[in-house]
Ligand binder design. Structure first.
Ligand SMILES: Cc1ncc(COP(=O)(O)O)c(C=O)c1O
Length: 390
């Protein structure tokens, strides 16, 4: 790739990202075009962000139109596009969760949700799962149950957090007392390697939290906005949380996060209790409206549900020592390989052959493509995977 980009990056940017040696000029549909002149099928989608792929005509039109009118105005005023997007979110969110707070990222959505729970319950403790991931700001980092992310930042994390074993309701019960304001769960642990528990576990979470007066928060930052073939991952278990957080796919590439809850709970956030300058500005809300409209109009939930099911079954059919497990839901699929080395080699070989994939938790290939991916595109990954491991 272009060495000028590499040099300027190392000279002028913080070295906090380990980057793959690629840069891109533009994207179209599910393809990215590299500065190397090559076309790549993108099964990463900016880490589950580009739900409509790249340069989706309806999304581009809405964002361009809004940018030409007014990108930002602040929450000092009423924001029409915010109200429009919040109404659309309420329409697709089950139960009585019909109030939204807009923020700028997944971590901030979780921070907002935790503040809401603490204020509503008057309690101070938060439970979250080991091997979970909730973000990198202080409270979301505290909730992230993986020491590798917390190392060297312990001083910034308060004593509010306790971690339960994902899938084990007994470990939740041991930690649950009258100090616990909220319990966070990912319907499928994403960064943790595309891991889910028995459906009964999520139902039990709902029950024990209700019994204890603890709010249940579904972190749908990765699983939300259609990624699993339903609007929310938690819908697969028939479990209604008290608060849902989302981000990633909502803006189709613009930075937006959201906390969704009931009128009763959200009413405690009176003026001045929380806020963010950019949160829900007209530009990102217009983008979010375009995403929700396109998912509905183009029946993308159906696309994700049916192709995802077929994809998982095709991948499970591959007989190889290199593949230990295939799991997931919709377009959030984990292919666990036999070692970190195998996963890295498959990733490099895919890249050589024009397909971008993500590896998480060391040895898990994570497929999180745009929701517009076609059957032929998913099959090209499966065929290439078979060739590579053969
Ligand atoms: C489940 C979950 N929660 C929160 C986050 C943090 O989101 P962000 O990186 O937008 O702060 C992520 C990011 O990967 C995530 O997967």
């Amino acid at each position: 790739m272009d060495q000028d980009i590499v040099e300027a990056t190392s000279k002028y940017l913080f070295p906090n990202y380990g980057r793959i040696g690629l840069a891109f000029e533009r994207g179209e549909g599910s393809y990215l075009y590299g500065t190397d002149g090559k076309r790549y099928l993108d099964l990463v989608a900016g880490i589950a962000v580009n739900s409509l792929g790249y340069a989706h005509p309806k999304w581009v039109a809405r964002v361009q139109e809004q940018a030409a009118k007014m990108a930002h105005v602040s929450n000092l005023y009423f924001v029409k596009e915010q109200a429009e997007l919040a109404e659309k979110i309420a329409a697709v969110t089950p139960g009585d969760l019909d109030r939204t707070l807009f923020v700028n990222s997944g971590a901030e959505a979780n921070e907002g949700a935790m503040k809401l729970a603490v204020r509503y319950t008057g309690r101070g403790r938060i439970l979250s799962a080991l091997n979970g991931f909730h973000g990198r700001t202080s409270a979301s980092l505290g909730a992230t149950g993986q020491t590798k992310y917390q190392q060297s930042f312990e001083s910034l994390i308060s004593g509010a957090f306790r971690h339960y074993d994902y899938g084990d309701v007994e470990s939740v019960k041991e930690l649950l007392d009258k100090d616990v304001a909220a319990l966070l769960y990912e319907p499928i642990q994403g960064e943790g390697g595309v891991v889910s528990a028995d459906p009964g576990f999520y139902k039990a979470l709902r029950e024990v939290c209700s019994d204890n007066g603890t709010l249940l928060i579904a972190d749908e930052v990765q699983t939300g906005v259609g990624r699993t073939g339903k609007w929310y991952g938690t819908e697969h278990y028939g479990v209604m949380p008290d608060i849902i957080t989302m981000a990633k796919g909502l803006g189709g590439g613009t930075p937006i996060g959201a906390v969704v809850s009931t009128a009763e709970i959200s009413d405690v956030m009176t003026p001045g209790t929380h806020g963010t300058t950019f949160g829900g500005n007209p530009l990102v809300c217009a983008a979010g409206c375009a995403v929700i409209d396109a998912i509905r109009e183009e029946k993308l939930l159906e696309n994700v549900a049916s192709l995802g099911k077929k994809w998982i079954s095709d991948l499970k059919g591959i007989r190889s020592e290199s593949i230990k497990d295939v799991r997931g839901q919709g377009f959030m699929i984990g292919v666990e390989t036999d070692s970190d080395e195998t996963a890295r080699r498959i990733q490099a070989a895919m890249r050589e052959n024009g397909i971008l994939i993500n590896v998480c938790h060391g040895r898990v290939i994570r497929l999180i493509p745009p929701l517009i991916l076609t059957g032929a595109q998913k099959d090209s990954f499966t065929s290439l995977l078979k060739e590579i491991i053969a």
